[in-house]
Design a protein around this ligand. Structure first.
Ligand SMILES: O=c1ccn([C@@H]2O[C@H](COP(=O)(O)OP(=O)(O)O[C@H]3OC[C@@H](O)[C@H](O)[C@H]3O)[C@@H](O)[C@H]2O)c(=O)[nH]1
Ligand SMILES: [Mg+2]
Length: 614
């Protein structure tokens, strides 16, 4: 009751004091925390007891959520915000005292002996891994209305990113269980971090598709909460302009994944179950699983506590640079420097041209694709110390050079790749660089912005993301001995792209290069205008000459041989303008659609041996 609490602190805020009677002891505690941290303005407009009481309690519900979802609670959030805002006002460089240099890491070349060895090792390790997808972002740059994981990875099959990720994990699980030394079977855990922006639609996508073949018990959704917005340099929390009982909130960034995993209790469970690795990945990289087995192999071989996957980076490309930072006091770390910070950091530390390409045509700093492989043991130990809190930053847009007022409210943010920042120097932090064509093709930019990307830099659009899949699959088959015809150049949605044969396969057909090589033999060729979708597991390509469209699906017990000359009118590509709203959004953001003129389509639903020849 109001009379029993310390009245001093409340007496200076009469609007709150007069309402204490409706608050529970817990709520009164929260009110105290707010007042002690300079937030009395939140109650300024509160009417007397009896008016809007329900909304006042809603206000405290929200405060309780904000308090419990942040490591250290609101007091810690406000304290950090004050510090970071003061640094920002002073224009303090977050990398003060550090000088950047180019780090050295593992380089993998697709298909060579080392790569194949790493892939094999990765498959052994896969059953000891848990996969974590961060998918709480809205994808504002892409501007797509749905959730990004529901977008087709490519439109030949229309299979969405989430289905592809799940089928890839299941394929790895099966391959890994098959060779388990103790013969035991394990289900690889799959965690998806969602937010209020994506949670219900992600759940709905999973449920309406029977979890794409995964056991529902294998999948966990962890929803991140947004954090409170800040109105000024004193870190006064921002009220919603339309509701004085509600604090404005914004996303805190993908760094939340660590505190959520920690508080979920899953890390202990995984350790008890004998798991060893946690793999983090982002929502729309359709090539990612080409890179997973080999880089997991690298983690295991090198005993990396942290392994970041990277690709050669074009200067000014919107991907972070992996950088070695050496402090004047001698300590050093290998860490991602985010793309908006790399140029100023370089200019401030002896690289007068900033973020530019070197003689290789690429930035000397490898590009972070934000796929992290962490060793579970040290990861859990570290989170036990930090509670999963990740070094944050603030990025206020000031009204003017006095830096006293913001254009709009700001908030603290954090990034999952900043996890190594708190690690001791003894931690084994490394990275693995792979070819771009193999490993990285995110879908982040809308057509208009993609068309403005400087020539030679990747578009990161729905168009380039899909074309990258056909290119990667074509190149992989070429390396396996298939004569895949060279691509043609085409401009789609204002972006010049290479159009390769539209080749796709299900993960269970071939997860690693040695599997794929086993499925291809003889003299095979595929023309540029061809489409080939392999959906069955035991499909073998032998002396095939394809000039047209071929779709094959089969049950696992059917062994299917594809051979001979298969020729038909195939599928043609028609240009679509992204502004044409008569076309579904997920198609028009690509700038093309298929006209399915003619195809050979075969389904094998009975066990046995079959062959497809025209
Ligand atoms: O609050 C958030 C924000 C983002 N995310 C998820 O985090 C992932 C990355 O988000 P964005 O695509 O906005 O990230 P960015 O493109 O800004 O940069 C990111 O990817 C490229 C890397 O080089 C950068 O270092 C990395 O920060 C997405 O899967 C998104 O859904 C969250 O889960 N929660
Ligand atoms: Mg972003």
């Amino acid at each position: 009751m109001a009379s029993t609490v310390d009245s001093n602190i409340f007496s200076s805020v009469p609007a709150l004091q007069s309402n204490l009677g409706i608050l529970s002891p817990d709520q009164i505690e929260l009110a105290k925390i707010l007042l002690e941290n300079g937030q009395s303005h939140l109650f300024q407009q509160w009417p007397q007891l009896g008016v809007d009481d329900k909304q006042k309690l809603d206000f405290f519900d929200q405060i309780a959520r904000l308090n419990s979802s942040y490591p250290g609670g609101l007091a810690a959030y406000i304290k950090t915000a004050k510090e970071l805002l003061a640094d920002s006002k002073l224009g303090k460089n977050p990398y003060d005292g550090f000088s950047p240099s180019v780090p050295s890491g593992e380089n993998l070349t697709f298909g060579n002996e080392n790569f194949i060895e790493m892939e094999n090792r990765g498959v052994v390790e896969a059953r000891n891994a848990a996969f974590v997808l961060v998918a709480g972002g809205l994808g504002e740059r892409l501007g797509y209305n749905g959730i990004k994981v529901a977008l087709p990875r490519e439109t030949t099959t229309g299979i969405c990113f989430l289905q592809h990720y799940i089928e890839s994990i299941l394929a790895l699980q099966e391959a890994s269980n098959k060779i388990a030394s103790d013969g035991s079977q394990r289900d690889i855990p799959f965690i998806i971090m969602t937010s209020d922006d994506t949670h219900s639609r992600t759940l709905e996508l999973l449920e309406s598709n029977s979890y794409f073949g995964m056991k529902p018990t294998q999948v966990h959704l962890l929803k991140q909460e947004k954090v409170a917005c800040l109105d000024d340099n004193d870190a006064r929390l921002a009220l919603d302009p339309h509701n004085k009982y509600s604090i404005q909130t914004k996303p805190h960034g993908h760094g939340d994944v660590h505190s959520l995993l920690y508080s979920s209790g899953l890390l202990h469970k995984w350790l008890d179950a004998g798991l060893k690795w946690v793999l983090f990945f982002q929502d729309t990289n359709g090539l990612l699983f080409n890179a997973i087995p080999a880089s997991l192999g690298v983690s295991a071989t090198k005993q990396y506590h942290v392994n970041s996957l990277a690709v050669p980076r074009k200067a000014k490309e919107a991907i972070g640079g992996i950088t070695k930072l050496t402090h004047v006091d001698g300590r050093s770390m290998v860490i991602n420097v985010e793309y908006n910070q790399l140029d100023p950091l370089l200019r401030a530390s002896g690289f007068p041209d900033g973020d530019v390409n070197c003689e290789t045509g690429f930035s000397p700093f490898p590009g972070n694709i934000n796929q992290l492989i962490l060793d579970l043991g040290p990861y859990k130990d570290e989170l036990q110390k930090t509670g999963g809190a990740i070094k944050e930053f603030v990025n206020p847009k000031y009204k003017d050079s006095t830096k006293t007022a913001f254009k709009s409210s700001t908030r603290l943010e954090c990034m999952m790749q900043d996890y190594p920042k708190t690690l001791p120097p003894t931690a084994r932090v490394g990275f693995t660089v792979m070819d771009i064509w193999l490993a990285y093709a995110p879908v982040k930019n809308n057509p208009e912005d993609a068309a403005k990307v400087p020539k030679g830099n990747p578009y990161h659009s729905a168009t380039s993301g899909e074309m990258a899949i056909y290119r990667a699959n074509s190149l992989i088959l070429q390396k396996a001995g298939v004569k895949v015809e060279e691509p043609v150049k085409q401009v789609l949605n204002g972006q010049e792209v290479e159009v390769w044969s539209r080749i796709t396969w299900k993960p269970k057909w071939g997860m690693i290069f040695s599997d794929i090589k086993k499925k291809v033999s003889g003299n095979c060729e595929v023309s540029q205008r061809s489409t080939m979708a392999i959906k069955g597991r035991n499909v073998f390509i032998e002396d095939l000459s394809l000039d047209g469209a071929l779709i094959v699906d089969s049950i696992d017990d059917a062994e299917v041989k594809l051979g001979g000359l298969i020729k038909n009118n195939g599928w043609t590509m028609e240009s679509v303008d992204y502004k044409d709203t008569s076309v579904p959004e997920e198609i028009r953001i690509r700038g093309f659609r298929f006209n399915k003129v003619e195809q050979l389509e075969k389904y094998f639903t009975q066990p046995g041996k079959f062959s497809v020849e025209d």
